[in-house]
Design a protein around this ligand. Sequence first.
Ligand code: NAD
Length: 494
Amino acid sequence: METRYRNWIGGEWVEARSGETFVSTNPARPAEELGEFPRSRGEDVRAAVDAAAQAFAAWSRTPAPKRAEILYRVARLLEERKEELARTMTREMGKVLNEARGDVQEAIDMAYYMAGEGRRLLGYTTPSELPSKACFAIRRPIGRIGLITPWNFPIAVPSWKILPALVAGNTLVWKPAEDTPRTAYEFARIFEEAGLPPGVLNVVFGYGEEAGRPLVEHPQIDMISFTGSTEVGRDVYTRAARKLIRVHLEMGGKNPIIVMDDADLDLAVEAIVWSAFGTTGQRCTACSRLIVHEPVYDRLIERLAEATQALRLGDGLDPDVQVGPLVNEVQLDRVHRYVELGIRGGATKILGGERATEGDLAQGYFYKPTLFVDVTPEMRIFREEIFGPVLCVVKARDYDEAIRLANDTTYGLSSAIFTRDIHLAMRAIEDLEAGITYINHGTIGAEIHLPFGGVKDTGNGGREAGLAALDEYTEWKSVYIDYSGRLQKAQGIE
Ligand code: NAD
């Protein structure tokens, strides 16, 4: 057992009021514990929201460039600790070390980017329809924001929320995922060391229904930003709707890659393997449906099977490993249930489809990368988010059928097409129903200065990252200054 960790409320590290705890473990070796964390409930959440409410007046009045100085310090501390944070992340949720480094790097990039916004946070001026009158629009903070995040990007995803929300002058209560509390703790410590005033960011550890729900329902929370499954997001949205507050939702995906007959197949295979099996398939942008143009179908499947077979499973700290474990036993069972559903539904499994139990793998939640062919759009494995190393392959007669298949989903996060035909590539940008489209690249690899998010059941219209993030975490205020000295009525009213 490592240490016992605490919630961060009003600048103090405190136990859950109940004294209850839960333990975080390593999915590659569940006997290894990463610490004991407060199992928070409504009373802890209320204390955290009170702290955020108290801190709001001073923080929102702190000039944005001053707020940004703290973000610069966060960026530098993240750089210094990058390796240490990445190793903790790998031990806690399993992704291979190189990917964990990328996860931390996203937060570093976001910290510098949003720190720069401290000297912009641009509004605009515009002429009035009346003489001697000035008009401008400025950004104001929203207030106290509740953040709820998943385990699969335990630093990157929280950073997309925390950093823009802070630079904009909001105060925050963050409920990190119960599978990655240690990584969240290490991230939170950086804000403390960077000199963030007490209560501006508060962290409450615990489970979704026990700590997440009271945060959503708290009357003093002015906005919820949630990343996680569509099922939970729907519940969060519905509950928050009663309070008429803003809700930002980033949810699931069932992301397609289309490969046309003129594609560079070597490039496509490399990208498909990276998109489908990177992070063990546990990315919201993971490719889980591959749509292949008939003329290259057999050739592509053969090469893909070869490349998939060559993937090495194991502890993500081992530099020779490409695929780490699934995050926990529940996820392992869920992935396997989907594989059984696929087989029963008539799909042909050509690779994987079982837990990996060779040698040391037996102790962890390892699942063999799995390839299904002969998949049809009615099958549940084609329709539902599996969130594991399972790729479903379908054949398309032509471009139009490929697009129809790609769009035949309730999700709409990422999408990709491999083709050398500029006409098809340009058409696909218009035709693919998704928040992100890649040309000649897999479905993963977003950069932090572009908007990130999806259409359909992936989101509710908002976007994370890039300048779009500032629209999420600020309210517009319109200001009219009349210096005519008389009452001028707009719309030409006499
Ligand atoms: P999840 O929905 O189970 O949990 C997400 C968070 O919500 C956790 O912190 C959890 O404790 C909390 N939660 C659970 N029930 C709650 C409730 N009733 N009220 C309030 N909070 C509650 O998701 P997960 O398993 O942690 O993450 C995987 C999911 O996240 C996948 O669906 C994936 O696609 C999605 N995801 C989406 C994006 C994106 O940007 N679109 C990014 C990463 C992950």
